[in-house]
Ligand binder design. Structure first.
Ligand SMILES: O=C(O)CCC(=O)C(=O)O
Ligand SMILES: [Fe+2]
Length: 328
């Protein structure tokens, strides 16, 4: 397998069949590019987890889940403006609602639902499919292409048709495993951070298919990568890659986050895998302090020292990492 094949950018995420752990570690991981992996053994979940199976499983009636509920007509869940509320319901009810079973609305007409599972003890531990959904975990093999002790969390995601999850990045490497339904994923490299109007870990640009370029002109410069996930497909999303996910139909996915950095570099309070690593948090704080100090100087001196600081930081950036892709 050649790393060049992964690096050639044509707007489509590369697809690889039957990748072994060795190949993944030697070729895919170091390239830090998203890849769709096909032909991995993810268990019998794609065949078994029909809506009826998920809805009627006795444990689904007993398992409560916190669900994003939104009546946003476009279906775009928006973390910046929070156009959703959380409601608790059984897993059975969620599946029934997501698959169009007639039920009383919870907040209004045209509701859509999105489950992102959280820890059994949601303030203390990250999500674990094995702990919270043991019956389901038995028929799902999450890809073990990384050292077992670097696993951080596993997340169950259930979505009603027409939901779009806002563009965001996570700070852990990730396998997004598609189990039922098709998902359309768009991705942007960390090099495009400056073009994505990022607040925290989310982009302010909501409608990525018809962006408001008068408000977000730099978005036009960002290189977009695309892929479609079918049941059984696994998308490798490297840490810091922005992703936006659309589901046209009822969808069930799972994902597993794992650590690339030493454990002590991650924020201990991070249960979602999206807080900045500690050295980055400290560096950002130091920059805030540096900016406050430079403001003490009159403009003439400030300009001079700001440029020096800029150059110092710029010299840390690998000159070969970015580059024009010429697409979109
Ligand atoms: O598939 C989705 O709904 C979102 C996936 C995602 O954000 C992730 O796996 O980090
Ligand atoms: Fe994510």
């Amino acid at each position: 397998m050649s790393q060049d094949a992964l690096l050639r950018f044509d707007g489509r995420v590369a697809v690889l069949q039957h990748v072994t752990e060795q190949q993944f570690c030697d070729h895919v991981l170091p390239a830090r590019l998203p890849v769709v992996l096909k032909g991995l053994d993810i268990g019998c979940a794609p065949q078994q987890w029909t809506p009826a199976y998920l809805r009627d499983l006795p444990s689904s009636q007993a398992t409560l889940v916190g669900v994003h509920v939104s009546t946003e007509p476009s279906g775009c869940l928006n973390f910046v403006n929070r156009n959703f509320v959380f409601k608790t319901m059984s897993l059975s009810e969620l599946v029934a609602r997501c698959t169009g079973q007639k039920m009383e609305p919870l907040i209004g007409n045209g509701e859509r639902y999105y489950l992102r599972s959280i820890g059994a003890n949601p303030r203390k531990e990250p999500s674990s499919i094995e702990k919270s959904f043991p019956d389901l975990a038995r028929s799902l093999n999450l890809p073990q292409l990384f050292p077992a002790d670097s696993e951080f969390s596993s997340v169950l995601r259930i979505t009603s048709p027409g939901v779009r999850l806002w563009t965001h990045f996570d700070v852990m490497d990730n396998f997004l495993v598609q189990i039922r339904g098709t998902k359309r994923v768009q991705l942007w490299s960390p090099d495009d951070e400056e073009n994505l109007y990022v607040q925290g870990s989310s982009s302010e640009v909501m409608d990525v298919d018809d962006p408001d370029l008068a408000r977000y002109p730099l978005f036009a410069k960002a290189c977009r990568w695309k892929c479609e996930l079918q049941p059984g497909d696994v998308l490798f999303i490297p840490a810091l890659w922005f992703h936006n996910v659309y589901t046209e139909e009822f969808s069930v996915s799972a994902n597993v986050f794992w650590r690339q950095l030493p454990k002590n570099m991650y924020d201990k309070k991070d249960l979602y895998g999206n807080r900045d690593p500690i050295p980055a948090t400290e560096a950002l704080k130091a920059i805030d302090a540096a900016a406050a100090k430079l403001l003490e100087l009159p403009n003439y001196y400030r300009q001079f020292y700001c440029k020096r600081l800029q150059r110092q930081l710029g010299s840390l950036v690998d000159a070969g990492a970015c580059g024009e892709c010429g697409i979109e």
